[in-house]
Design a protein. Sequence first.
Length: 89
Amino acid sequence: MTEALKKGLEGVLVAESSLSSIDGEAGELVYRGYSIEDLAQSSSYEEVLHLLWHGHLPEKKELTTFKRAMAEARALEASTHRLIEDLAA
């Protein structure tokens, strides 16, 4: 006796995550306990990134430190600046 092949992934749990939860039927997307709508309306990119990486929204001092670290990490070398300028010319 063979089982009927079930197509699709409905009802299949792919993974558990502490980062987000999705309820497609209710149209809900939640990151670390905050609805995506609330985050989009009330939080900056850096605040949401801090939330995802550290598990909580940052206090003012934490946010300042985090923004500074992010700015330092994205600094480009002078040679990269020249390359971009040359490509634009």
